[in-house]
Design a protein around this ligand. Structure first.
Ligand code: ZN
Length: 46
């Protein structure tokens, strides 16, 4: 069962992704599975 280990080694150390608002370009804040823009209030849940 080394599949999971193999998968993790392939990923970079930095796991946190940064997203930017498509409307105003501000950095989005991740909140409970959603992304929120503190500037214009744009939000996306996935
Ligand atoms: Zn925005």
């Amino acid at each position: 069962m080394k599949e999971k280990e193999k998968k993790e080694t392939h990923r970079p150390v930095q796991t946190i992704q940064e997203f930017y608002c498509p409307d105003c370009g501000a950095k989005l804040i991740p909140a409970e599975g959603c992304l929120l823009c503190p500037f214009c209030g744009w939000s996306k849940c996935r």
